[in-house]
Design a protein around this ligand. Structure first.
Ligand SMILES: [Zn+2]
Length: 187
């Protein structure tokens, strides 16, 4: 009868209908649409509800079985990679040490067979003192850097360091050789 009296009652009914659109008959839906056209608060509610349900129906990126599983999976791959890299580094260092020892041995054989014992001892001591200093500094740098270097950079760094050590060893051999030649031309 009185439109002012009936309105809040209708309003509540429409709110409920707006929130459960899937439960409505075609007639009820039309009724809601007609009400929404005249009632701003219900129109707002309807829009908000539509937006909210669209968001709820969207598959969330984290909703898949993913989070724990993929993280663990990635971690195990990372660990395997690390272990493999460490293995590579170890075998590389082994090969390097063996070739260094071989180089020193070959050099020693040639050197000792062509020089007097006195010259050999003197020159080896001189050159060794210089090279030992460089070698020690290099070793300190390597152990410091490998402490905080990420695994990805570890291999390139170790390769560089190993090359530097190899060069240093060769320089050491050459310097002994040079000292020997100098002494012999002076004598
Ligand atoms: Zn309303």
């Amino acid at each position: 009868m009185n439109s002012m009296k009936g309105k809040p009652m209708n309003h509540k009914k429409f709110e409920q209908m707006i929130l459960t659109p899937e439960a409505l008959t075609a007639e009820e839906r039309e009724e809601v649409d007609r009400h929404i056209a005249t009632c701003e608060s219900c129109r707002k509610l309807s829009l908000q509800w539509q937006k909210a349900s669209r968001m709820l129906n969207q598959p969330l990126p984290m909703a898949a079985p993913a989070p724990g599983f993929s993280a663990r999976f990635a971690q195990s791959i990372e660990k395997r990679k690390e272990a493999e890299q460490q293995k590579q580094v170890r075998s590389f260092i082994t090969i390097l040490v063996i070739s260094l020892l071989a180089a020193v041995l070959i050099f020693a054989v040639i050197y000792y067979s062509t020089n007097s014992l006195e010259t050999i001892i003197k020159n080896t001591a001189n050159a060794s003192a210089q090279m030992l200093f460089l070698w020690e500094s290099l070793k300190a740098i390597i152990s410091t850097v490998t402490g905080f270097l990420p695994t990805v950079l570890l291999i390139p760094f170790l390769l560089t360091a190993a090359s530097a050590m190899l060069t240093l060893t060769l320089l050491w051999l050459v310097s002994i050789w040079k000292l020997t030649l100098q002494k012999e031309t002076v004598q």
